[in-house]
Design a protein around this ligand. Structure first.
Ligand code: CTP
Ligand code: CA
Length: 221
């Protein structure tokens, strides 16, 4: 990777990258979340910035940090907050990469006081969140739009369906099947689909995966 140290092939390009999980509040002290660490999105942001891009990074709760003058970070919590932040920047974006693990559902009612236990079972009603990426696809003008897919079954078929349904230019399939791949790990095994091609990559560190993804995007721009 030292070969790419001085590569400035994204100079002048504006990236919008999302990262991490979202937290959907149940009450003031509890939430529904997921195991996303944010590392994949932060590594994409660091690598794009290193190569000259101007990066807007919108992250859900994550312990990841960045320190690069080419990265502006916005920290959000819920899927709704991420939606709102994304659409403040979307129009002025050349490449959008949605690597965040956005919650599909959120509690219909967020209790204002801590929920007390009682003799009964507790039922929490969940309503569907807006699909940020699908909405981006619907409003796409000039942006190169990249999604991620996390699947545990019919992986390729589902990834290709998402590519089409969300009007994406490219989708990155994250394999959870292989040991050490995906989500809370520092390594990842991916497969990339565009409407006309596909390419399989081996198990690598997320830094190297970020490089592979950005090289693939660069060749498409
Ligand atoms: N995504 C999004 N907004 C949501 C849900 C997902 O922008 N409310 C994005 C993710 O960031 C990812 C892509 O959509 O880039 C695919 O997410 P995934 O969870 O794999 O797919 P879903 O469409 O949510 O379908 P399902 O979870 O049922 O497989
Ligand atoms: Ca989902």
């Amino acid at each position: 990777s030292h070969l790419s140290e001085n590569k400035r092939d994204f100079e002048g390009k504006k990236f919008l990258i999302t990262a991490g999980p979202t937290y959907e509040n149940i009450d003031p002290v509890r939430f529904i979340g997921n195991h996303s660490s944010g590392k994949m999105g932060f590594d994409l942001a660091r690598e794009a910035a290193k190569r000259g891009a101007e990066v807007i990074l919108i992250s859900g709760p994550s312990s990841q940090r960045v320190d690069d003058k080419n990265i502006r970070i916005y920290r959000v919590s819920s899927a709704q907050e991420m939606f709102d932040e994304v659409f403040k920047h979307y129009e002025n974006t050349d490449v959008a990469i949605m690597s965040a693990a956005v919650a599909d559902y959120t509690p219909k009612v967020k209790a204002t006081e801590k929920i007390k236990k009682n003799e009964n079972e507790l039922v929490i009603e969940l309503v569907k969140n807006k699909d940020i990426l699908r909405t981006m696809g619907e409003h796409k003008t000039h942006q190169f739009l990249v999604g991620f897919a996390l699947e545990t079954q019919n992986e390729e078929e589902n990834a290709k369906m998402k590519l089409k349904k969300k009007n994406l230019d490219m989708i990155v399939l994250n394999s959870l099947r292989d040991e050490g791949a995906g989500f809370a790990n520092d390594t990842n095994k991916i497969k990339i689909f565009t409407p006309t091609e596909e390419q399989t990559f081996s198990l690598k560190s997320k830094e190297e995966v970020a490089e592979d993804i950005l090289n693939f995007i660069q060749a498409k721009l």
